[in-house]
Write a protein that binds this ligand. Sequence first.
Ligand code: NAG
Ligand code: CA
Length: 184
Amino acid sequence: MRHNICIRLVIMACVLHLSSLMNAAATDLCDGDTLYKFFKIKKTWDSAREECEFLGGRLAFINSESTHEKIRSHLNSVGNLMNSAGKGYWFGLNDIDNEGTYTFVGTGGIELTYDAGWSSERGRQQPNNSMKKDPNGQDCVQLWEQPPSPQTPKWNFDDAYCSNKKGYICEIQNSGCGGGGNLG
Ligand SMILES: *[C@@H]1O[C@H](CO)[C@@H](O)[C@H](O)[C@H]1NC(C)=O
Ligand SMILES: [Ca+2]
């Protein structure tokens, strides 16, 4: 009996913990049963990656015009996602392992095929692997809030210093968010 109550308490604690983690926020975006969570709190790319993994997902995989467009219009229409922390949002793209070869974290190494995502804001084509502030260059990719608010940002891809702290976008697949599950 005692044992039973114990187990029930543990399960309850687990459910409470999970539901608080997975609570849908006003800024969430649900596409099919993929849940995108937008975080304005600033983290380095690697801490952001860890946080997404802790939530059971990965930094967002954006490798097509249609996904880019969904996320872009969400960022521009959900009021408080503009004026991003650190001038952009980290997502899964990086060339940490091999300079110039851009792959998505948490995908087993899928390479970028959607080159149209890169920014050419102010006549500067990205990625430019700037070494101005770090001799290792820029190996992590953000959705860049350019032009800055209050104009309508394009949120195109820009390689940036991984150690910079920015907001981030996690993606949780099979979340059930679109299927009348309890996460929508
Ligand atoms: C390189 O890109 C960064 C943004 O990541 C930008 O701030 C910088 O001005 C660019 N540098 C050059 C020389 O284009
Ligand atoms: Ca850059």
